[in-house]
Structures are given as structure tokens and as C-alpha cells.
Ligand binder design. Structure first.
Ligand code: NAP
Ligand code: F7E
Length: 341
């Protein structure tokens, strides 16, 4: 049976990928950072005791900034596959910590590629690339051939990672590929990303624990899919005869505003929009109460206005297509957060 090393195990995708690979019979090593508080919620179901190591699932300490650690882990674990999902993954925050973002998101994958090259093994490598590379889009919908035009320190670091993966594939014939994944969400999504921020806030408003939801740009449009489906695409990309960079998305796009409307509607509240710009408000149609307001803090110095995938190649090469679409996704997340709060 195969062994996989997943970086970013505590995050949304790392945890779903671990579920998926364990179900397939893999032995899974998850790379976690040493941090001062408990952050194992997403993988709590895989181990009762945070220090316990089951036969098939083991946590190891590491950090993408530390090459000696990465080299040693690869040497000890001898994985068949490495999924590099670790990153400073927040676009807005990357404007606050650009140098750190570059170190982890650009040089991190380089450190792993170098370790694989040095190991002289045939480890297969998956890099978590992103639709953020399209940035201020030069073509719609976006395909594998659409030129990149990144608009944030995050996207620019991920652009370097994309190119270095391609370079190591061509220069050293490594089996290494980039999954160009469009936004994907779930009940395990971090609460600072807009979808989960909306569903947790709506649930809190309904339960009288919060008065108002503060957001930035309501008109940004994203191609939002369901994360558990996307981890299967990552695995499929490492099972092909030849490594290839492939777009993964739904082929639909919706605005933040629509997400807000559907989330409130799920909880039985109809939202009407009043005012303009930073004075715009989302009000409860029944009683006129302001439930959504704008906080310019959440605006970005440079915004990505519209992302829309053309996932034809994924369908053709991987036999993969998304099944959970926008409305069903909102419902899954709302059901979870209403149940939790
Ligand atoms: P996430 O929930 O933010 O998880 C990121 C993971 O990376 C966490 O486990 C985090 O650990 C870890 N990490 C951060 N810095 C690290 C470091 N210096 N060394 C080791 N680990 C570190 O992200 P996600 O949504 O699961 O996304 C997974 C990957 O796909 C990321 O690379 C992201 O950039 C990329 N991506 C995501 C999407 C999406 O829509 N979700 C789309 C395209 C690409 P802590 O728990 O310790 O912070
Ligand atoms: O923002 C707008 C914001 O932070 C989506 C990461 O996983 O997907 C994610 O990056 C949109 C943006 O995701 C708020 O301006 C409005 O236009 O949920 P987000 P993202 O920036 O698209 C890509 C594919 C990745 O690779 C990244 O790792 O929503 N927006 N108001 C807001 N966004 C946030 N976070 N918070 C707000 O209050």
C-alpha cells in the first residue's frame, strides 16, 4: 500500500485529503507546525489523543521554512506521494505579511522539490496552485492556457511555485504537477474566508449572538465548489501516466452578495439592499434591521473581481467534474453552522 505525506494537514484541504487517502488504504503522514494552542479540530475525528499515532495516520512536526526538516522527513518517511497544501493561504493577509508569504508559498515548494531531487526517488509531487494566478483576468472563462496576471503577494508567491514545479518537471523529469484549483469551501473552511465568515455570522445573528455582519467587496465573483470533491481531483492528478497542470472548478460564478442572500434565505430571512458604496446595507425585509454593513478594512489594495473556470480538461483527462453547486454548497455550510451555534 502507498504512503503519502500531506503538508497543511490541519487546514481544510489537508484534512479532507487525509480522509480520502485513508479510505483508499494509504498510510498518511500529516505535517503540522508547532503552535501554542490546539488547532487539530479538522482532524480530531482521526485521532482521539492529539499525540496518539494510529497505524495508518501519523502527525509529524515540521515547517515549510525549514529545509533540513523537510529533507529528514522525506528520508525517514519515504513517501510515494507528497501533497503540498501548506501555505499562508489568505490573500488579504498576504498584503500584511508579503515576505513571510513568499518564503512559505514560493520557497516552501522549492525546498520540497529540492529534497525530492536529492532523494533520487520517484516520489510524485502535487502543488496546491490557485485560480488567484489569473488575477485581473485576461480571458473568461479561465483555462490552462489563460495567461496569468496575479494581483497580490499571495498570488505572486504561488506564481513562482507554479513555475518552479514546471521547471523541475522539465529539467529533472520529476513527476510534479500543479492543480489550479478555484475556490472551494466546506464546513471545515477557516472562518476568515468570506463564505465561512458569512455562514458562521448568519448562524450567530439568527441565534442572537451577533448583531451585524461586516464585509468588504460584495460584488467580487468567485467559482465556488465543495472541498471534499476537490481533494479527489488532487489524487487523480498524481495517478496519471504523465504529470500535467489542470484547472479544477465548477464552471459557474456567483457574487459575494448572492452568497449573503442565499445564506440568510436558508435561515428564513429575506435581505434587501439599500444605499451605495461604504454606506450600503443589507436589511431584513420584515423589520428593516441592518444585518449587513460594509467595513472598508476588508477591501484589498488590488482586488480580483471575477473568476470563472473552464474545467473541460479535468473532465477529459481525470473524468472529474464537480457535483455540489453553489446553492447546495451554501446549504451544507449553513446547516452545519446553524447546528453548531
Ligand atoms: P488552509 O485551511 O489555510 O490551510 C493551510 C495549512 O497550511 C494549515 O494546515 C496551516 O497550518 C499550514 N501552514 C501554514 N503555514 C505553514 C508553514 N510555514 N509550515 C507548515 N505548514 C503551514 O488552506 P486550504 O484552504 O486547506 O488550502 C490548501 C492549499 O490550497 C493552500 O496552499 C492554499 O493556498 C491552496 N488553495 C486553496 C484554495 C481554496 O479555495 N481553499 C484554492 C486554491 C488553492 P496551521 O493550522 O498551523 O496554520
Ligand atoms: O475572498 C471578498 C474578497 O478571502 C473572496 C483562498 O483560499 O481562494 C481563497 O482566496 C472574495 C474576495 O477568498 C470579505 O475581497 C468581501 O474578492 O474568501 P476569500 P479568496 O481571496 O478568493 C483562492 C482560490 C485561494 O487560493 C486562497 O488561498 O470575497 N470579500 N468581504 C471578503 N473576503 C474576506 N476574506 N472577508 C470579507 O469580509
Amino acid at each position: 500500500m502507498k504512503t503519502a505525506l500531506i503538508t497543511g494537514i490541519t487546514g481544510q484541504d489537508g484534512s479532507y485529503l487525509a480522509d480520502f487517502l485513508l479510505e483508499k488504504g494509504y498510510t498518511v503522514y500529516g505535517l503540522r507546525r508547532r503552535i501554542s494552542t490546539y488547532n487539530l479540530e479538522n482532524i480530531a475525528h482521526l485521532q482521539v489523543d492529539p499525540h496518539a499515532r494510529t497505524e495508518s495516520f501519523k502527525l509529524v512536526y515540521g515547517d515549510l521554512s525549514d529545509s533540513s526538516n523537510i529533507n529528514r522527513l522525506i528520508d525517514q518517511i519515504k513517501p510515494d506521494e507528497i501533497y503540498n497544501l501548506a501555505a499562508q493561504s489568505h490573500v488579504r493577509v498576504s498584503f500584511d505579511v508579503p515576505e513571510y508569504t513568499a518564503d512559505i508559498d514560493a520557497l516552501g515548494p522549492l525546498r520540497i522539490l529540492e529534497a525530492i531531487r536529492e532523494s533520487k526517488t520517484s516520489i510524485r509531487f502535487y502543488q496546491a496552485s490557485t485560480s488567484e494566478l489569473y488575477g485581473d483576468v485576461l480571458e473568461t472563462p479561465q483555462t490552462e492556457k489563460t495567461p496569468f496576471n496575479p494581483q497580490s503577494p499571495y498570488a505572486i508567491a504561488k506564481h513562482y511555485a507554479f513555475q518552479i514545479v514546471k521547471n523541475y518537471r522539465e529539467a529533472y523529469h520529476l513527476y510534479a504537477c500543479n492543480g489550479i484549483l478555484f475556490n472551494h469551501e466546506s464546513p471545515r473552511r477557516g472562518t476568515s474566508f468570506v463564505t465561512r465568515k458569512i455562514t458562521t455570522s448568519v448562524a450567530r445573528i439568527v441565534r442572537n449572538k451577533q448583531d451585524c455582519l461586516y464585509l468588504g467587496n460584495l460584488d467580487a465573483k468567485r467559482d465556488w465548489g465543495y472541498a471534499p470533491e476537490y481533494v479527489e481531483a488532487m489524487w487523480l492528478m498524481l495517478q496519471q501516466d504523465e504529470p500535467e497542470d489542470i484547472v479544477i472548478g465548477t464552471g459557474e460564478t456567483h457574487s459575494v452578495r448572492e452568497f449573503v442572500e442565499h445564506a440568510f434565505a436558508y435561515a428564513g430571512i429575506d435581505i434587501a439592499w439599500e444605499g451605495k458604496g461604504i454606506d450600503e446595507r443589507g436589511v431584513d425585509k420584515k423589520n428593516g434591521k441592518s444585518l449587513v454593513r460594509i467595513d472598508p478594512y476588508y477591501y484589498r489594495p488590488t482586488e480580483v473581481d471575477l473568476l470563472l473556470s473552464d474545467p473541460s480538461l479535468a473532465r477529459k483527462k481525470l473524468g472529474w467534474s464537480s457535483k455540489i453547486r453553489f446553492k447546495a454548497l451554501v446549504e451544507i455550510m449553513m446547516q452545519h453552522d446553524l447546528g453548531r451555534i
